[in-house]
Structures are given as C-alpha cells and as structure tokens.
Write a protein that binds this ligand. Structure first.
Ligand SMILES: Cc1cc2nc3c(=O)[nH]c(=O)nc-3n(C[C@H](O)[C@H](O)[C@H](O)COP(=O)(O)OP(=O)(O)OC[C@H]3O[C@@H](n4cnc5c(N)ncnc54)[C@H](O)[C@@H]3O)c2cc1C
Length: 510
C-alpha cells in the first residue's frame, strides 16, 4: 500500500535495491516473477546526462587527483555501460588471512563462492567455466610458456562485454513484481527510530525536484564502492557517524587495481605459438587471453600481494628508445649475475636476440590500507549533499610485490633458457607508487568481516548493527586479488540474493 507522509509519498515494497549496475540488476533478476515486490532505484536514466553525472563528482585529494572520477557511470546499467568485459574468478589464497598482508582474509573461503562464480558465468554469458590455460589454449591451437609452473604460472581470462541495461532491461520491465525507477537518487537511509536497528525507508530525490520515500522489509545498497560508502556516511541523522560506521571503517580500505609496466621478456627465438598471450582471441561468442602470474607457492615464498602480467609483443628498438626518452635506467637481471647457468643463458640470448620483446603490463592487487579512504567532503552537490572525498593511498608493499616477483620471473626466464628479462622498474625508487594508475575497479569501502570491530558488513553482506540493510558490490571485498572484480561482484550478489530468499521464506513471503 503506498501512502503519503509529511508531504512526501511513500512507495511500499518487500525489497528495495539502491543502484542498478551489475550488482543491483543481478539481485533484482534473481527475484523476477517471484512473490516478492521489488523496487530497483537508479540515480541515472538510460543515457549519461551531464546534470546527473555531476552528482557523482568527488573531491579527490589523494594520489593522481581526478583520475578516479571519470570511471563511474551514474546511469541505468552502471559502469557495465563501458566496461571491458574481462573476467576471471578469485583464487583460493585470495580469501586467506595472510600474516604479511594486514586486514587480509574473507569471512568465507573460495569453496563457498565457487558455485556462485559458476552461476555468475551464465549472467555474464561467459560459456564453459574453464580457466585452465592449457585446455583453453589447446582449443585455439596456442601453447603456453614453457616455464616451471611452480615458478611462473599461466592464467586465462574470459571476455564478454555484457551491457546490463540493454541485455536485462526488458526482462526487468516485463517482470510484474519488479518496479524500476530511474532518476531516483537515494540521499538518506532512515531507521524506524534512532534506537532501532531496522531501516524503515530511504529518501529519494530527483533532478526534477521531487522527493519521495521507499519503504521495504529489506534494503540493498549496490551503488558502487564510492557511493556505497557515501550513502552510508550520509545517513547520519539518527547515527551521527553514519550507518555501519560503528568502528570508523566505512570508506576505509579503498582499493584499486594498479596498472604499470615493469619490463620486457626478450626471447631467444621467435615463438608465434605463444600468440595466446598477445591478444584477446575469439572462442565461440566470447574472447579469451592468457596472462602470467605468480603461483601460490611463490606468493607465499616472496610474501607478496597478487598480480598478473598482461603481455604484448613490442619491438625492442622501440622499447629502448622509449625507455631512453623516459630516462629509465635499464639494468639486466641482477639475480642472474649471481647464477652461472643464468648468466650463460643471458650471454647466449644477447648474441641471438630477435627484434621482439614481450612487454609485461602488470595488473596489481592493491593491499588493504586503512588510510586509503572515502569520507564526506565539505563541498556539496546540486542536492546540497556532501560530495565523496577520496584520499587514495598506496603502500610500500604494493611496489615491493612487483619488484620481488620481477626478479623471480627473470630467474625462471633465464633458467629455462627461454630468454632474458629486462627489468625497467627501479627497486628503490617510487616510480611505481607515483605513476601506477587505477583501472576503474573501486573496491573495499564496506569490507566484510564477521567481527563488527573489523568490518562494516558481516559474511552475509548485512551491515553490522542493522537488521535489514545489506550491501552488494566490490565494496564488500576485504582483498581483491588480481582478477577483475565483476565476475565476483555478480557471484557475491547471487549469494546475497539466495540469502535474502531464505529470509523471505522464513517470513512466509516466498
Ligand atoms: C573503463 C572501465 C572498464 C572496466 N572494465 C572492467 C573489466 O574488464 N572487468 C571487470 O570485471 N570490471 C571492469 N570494470 C569495473 C566494472 O565496471 C565494475 O566493477 C562494475 O560495473 C561494478 O558494478 P556495481 O553494480 O557494483 O556498480 P556500478 O556499475 O558502479 O553501478 C552502480 C549504480 O548505482 C547507481 N547509483 C549511484 N549512486 C546512487 C544513489 N545515490 N541512488 C541510486 N542509485 C545510485 C549508479 O547510477 C549506477 O547505475 C571497468 C570499469 C571501468 C570504469
């Protein structure tokens, strides 16, 4: 029953989802045609509009100011309107608590998420759940690097640029139990009363100047990692620190995947059968591409965060000219010099080297850093709400991880006789920390931990100290590993939908 209160009408539903990107749309679809009344609110319309986009503007005071703003899309479908479709599941050790990475550890393990990763594959149209580089490479007739897999492993990613708005818009529109409301910007989440843990309704504002409430039994905030933190912090009328911010953690641990090159593999001989690494190749309706990464045993031995290297074939001459122009010092592999077998290989390679090098472009996990943070700015948006204030910070280990593994890669490339590595990333300088940029994967700001002192949300994504408020998206990730986040965003959203279904069943609704 919809009603009006204090001049604002209230729309009533069972489930209210705030934000219609991959996370919100996935949850809504899980309830399509069910006996649950769903409201899916999105701040944007069907296209990107300047006035709406300005409502996302952040005060950016951290590293590389301004670089992160352009990544967010305030429109139906969210950032899936321009994402790259690059997908891979997290790896088992991404979920573990590691003594060299503070604040690591998910509240559940890899096996718990596995069936949801498989279901997410269907949502993203990624075909068979096969991430074995040998098996996928064999289907294309491409080989993988001949390295010892306990030293350097190959990985495979699958690509499908699903645009959630055109792909799933009609399905949502046609579901009689789902109401999608566009240009509906959530500005506040209100509890029944200050002492209550139960959310009663959200306040929605529109650029046309209207305001209304949406009441529901259950709420999910799925507005992206910056906006999820902003909405919880802005909801501070009844709890002055904001919702979920009992331990001052909302907005902290802001993470990105870092993008930076570190050098080149120079092979001894031409290897056209390694094409698998150089491009995305069609496999049925999707694309696939191989990368290299450190295997779990090396990650433990080197005590590093995770990363993958994407490889492009480049001309050595061009690379040298570019490096000289940039003033980068190119040192051959220090580690090999102390290794007589490796040194022999280096010398052999030098005399035979061919004009091709394999450039290592690294996609690096940023380790959780409590000082890397989204707070509320004093600057206001057109609705008079505080803009998010981003203070994005890296840690020394973000750089160290790449440096340590470059040495390990160089050793194995030399030992195997494949070629040599030219490391272009200085070990002691700050080039990486200053220049690595983010790729639009904002994560970590409402981290999950079953202990309310250590997390904003629990292992079911429920905001601590609330009864019926949940979060979806990569803001939940305590750690992000190297895989691009959206497959895991969709997987965790399906898991949350299953949890909500159980709740609704217990309440006799489903
Ligand atoms: C250039 C680029 C390339 C990318 N490529 C890849 C890739 O190859 N692989 C990969 O895995 N990921 C990629 N990503 C990241 C991917 O797009 C995001 O991880 C994903 O879209 C996040 O989904 P989401 O639903 O959590 O949030 P979003 O997609 O950000 O959606 C959030 C939604 O919430 C709405 N919203 C925001 N605030 C409010 C509010 N107050 N009230 C109501 N609604 C609100 C927004 O309008 C938006 O529709 C890329 C991102 C960018 C920018």
């Amino acid at each position: 029953m919809d009603h009006s209160e204090g001049g604002r009408s209230t729309l009533e539903f069972d489930l209210c989802i705030i934000g219609a990107g991959p996370a919100g749309i996935t949850i809504a679809r899980e309830f399509a045609n069910a006996n649950v009344r769903v409201c899916l609110l999105d701040a944007g319309g069907l296209t990107i509009e300047r006035e709406v986009k300005d409502l996302s503007r952040a005060e950016d005071v951290g590293r590389l100011p301004g670089s992160e703003d352009r990544h967010r899309v305030r429109a139906f479908g969210g950032s899936s309107n321009h994402w790259g479709g690059h997908c891979a599941p997290l790896e088992p050790d991404d979920f573990e608590k590691l003594d060299w990475i503070h604040h690591s550890g998910w509240p559940h393990g890899f096996d718990e998420l596995r069936p949801f990763h498989v279901r997410a594959h269907d949502v993203l149209g990624l075909g068979e759940f096969d991430y074995d580089p040998e098996s996928v490479g064999a289907k294309l007739g491409y080989k993988t690097f001949p390295f010892d897999p306990t030293k350097i492993k190959s990985t495979v990613s699958r690509y499908n640029r699903v645009r959630f708005a055109p792909t799933y818009g009609d399905e949502l529109n046609n579901a009689p139990n789902i109401k999608v409301i566009l240009h509906a910007d959530v500005s506040d989440i209100q509890l029944e009363e200050a002492a209550s843990d139960k959310v009663a309704h959200v306040l929605v504002k529109t650029i046309a100047g209207n305001e209304f409430h949406v009441a529901a039994k259950c709420f999910v905030v799925s507005s992206g990692a910056m906006e999820n933190a902003r909405i919880l912090l802005m909801s501070n009328q009844q709890r002055p620190a904001g919702l979920g911010n009992h331990s001052d953690l909302v907005g902290r641990f802001y993470q990105e995947h870092l993008w930076h090159s570190s050098g080149c593999i120079v092979p001894r001989t031409e290897r056209p059968d390694l094409k698998f690494y150089f491009n995305e190749w069609p496999l049925g309706d999707i694309g696939v591409r191989a990368h290299i990464a450190m295997p779990a045993n090396m990650v433990r031995e080197l005590r590093i965060p995770k990363y993958r290297s994407e490889i492009s074939a480049v001309s050595v001459a061009f690379r040298t000219a570019e490096a000289i122009q940039l003033g980068v010092t190119m040192s051959d592999v220090v580690a090999l010099i102390s290794d007589p077998v490796g040194l022999g290989t280096v010398l052999a390679c030098r005399s035979e080297s061919i004009p091709t090098a394999y450039l290592l472009m690294n996609h690096v996990e940023q380790i959780p850093n409590p000082d890397s943070r989204v707070t509320l700015s004093n600057q206001k948006d057109a609705f008079g709400r505080p803009q998010p204030r981003l203070n994005w910070q890296l840690s020394r280990l973000d750089h160290e991880g790449v440096v340590r593994s470059q040495r390990a890669i160089a050793q194995e490339v030399g030992r195997s006789g494949f070629g040599r590595v030219r490391i272009e990333l200085g070990e002691d300088d700050d080039t990486f920390l200053q220049r690595a940029f983010g790729v639009g994967h904002q994560m970590g700001t409402t981290r999950m931990d079953n202990d309310p002192a250590l997390g904003v949300t629990d292992g079911n994504a429920k905001v601590h100290h609330t009864d019926n408020l949940y979060v979806a998206g990569s803001s939940l990730f305590p750690r992000c590993g190297w895989p691009n986040p959206t497959l895991t965003i969709v997987a965790t959203s399906i898991r949350l939908a299953d949890h909500l279904k159980t709740q609704f069943r217990a309440d006799g609704l489903l």
